[in-house]
Design a protein around this ligand. Structure first.
Ligand SMILES: [Zn+2]
Length: 282
């Protein structure tokens, strides 16, 4: 294998490891009693494939927050925003080795083909709670899709149509890749599909409801009905964990989930979401 191919493989492994690490933090925050052995074993075995020159640095960074390897965003580090000289950007693109950000020490990679977020207009009044991340126009009370690909596609297309992301097909593809690594379906018929590293816009949440439920890889093969699909810029990664914990908290009991599932128009779904998350998402 050439140095470049080798580095690409290591970068992919590091990105997967980072996702699994976040998934573990997330599980600890939302399902304190869940068993993590399988996840821990997967993390250990992938970690064993990381060359030693990157492994220590990576582990050190992951202990600090959830961003150890981050994509460039417009020639800057997407974690700390430090601009990089064009020569270094090209070296990172070529990937004959993995470079560190000189400002924050995180490992850097060139984003292959991620969708981009679209900046939103600032509203005159400061937003509160779930309104900071979502909008009535991002509510789908009746998903038509019958597969993971179809429901994620429906939600991604709405995000593109309403001007939050630039490429629904890419977003769907990336979200499916993340699901293949480990399903984001949890107990309680809820799933949290997401794509990290979507730069340009903000953290954006789209809510879709499948009245009948679909197989989404949740525990015990149970059907998933509630989908919180989120695009996550790198800098909001840590905040995403809090958002997840807030959502899990709000929808812990069946009556609240049923209330959400039975809504039939986007405005009513939005009002319900705002109301039930009022105390759990600040
Ligand atoms: Zn940096």
């Amino acid at each position: 294998m050439s140095a470049t191919n080798h580095t690409h493989r290591t970068i992919n492994l590091l990105i997967q490891l980072q996702e699994l690490h976040v998934a573990r933090v997330q599980k600890r925050a939302t399902q304190p009693n869940s068993r993590l052995k399988q996840l821990n074993d997967t993390i250990d075995s992938l970690m064993g494939e990381i060359p030693v020159e990157y492994a220590d640095q990576f582990t050190l960074l992951l202990g600090r927050d959830t961003m150890a390897i981050v994509p460039l965003a417009d020639s800057s580090c997407s974690a700390c925003s430090m601009a990089l000289p064009i020569g270094r950007v090209n070296e990172i693109r070529t990937a004959d080795m993995i470079y560190k950000c000189e400002s924050c020490a995180r490992l850097l990679y060139f984003p292959a083909d991620l969708p981009k977020g679209v900046p939103q207009k600032r509203s005159a009044t400061p937003k509160m709670g779930i309104s900071r991340f979502s909008h009535p126009e991002l509510m789908i009370p009746r998903l038509e899709g019958k597969t993971a690909e179809e429901v994620l596609g429906e939600m991604a297309e709405l995000m593109q149509e309403k001007g939050y992301i630039d490429d629904a097909a890419k977003l769907t593809e990336e979200a499916l890749k993340r699901e293949a690594l480990m399903s984001t379906g949890v107990d309680n018929a809820i799933a949290f599909p997401h794509v990290r590293g979507v730069e340009g816009g903000g953290l954006t949440l789209t809510l879709g409801i499948s009245k009948r439920g679909i197989k989404f890889g949740g525990p015990g093969g149970k059907l998933t009905r509630i989908f919180f699909f989120v695009t996550i810029p790198m800098v909001t990664s840590g905040f995403y964990i809090k958002l997840l914990a807030g959502l899990c908290n709000a929808f812990d009991d069946k009556a609240t989930r049923d209330l959400l599932i039975k809504q039939d128009d986007p405005d009513a779904l939005w009002e319900t979401l705002v109301k039930v998350t009022k105390n759990t998402i600040k």
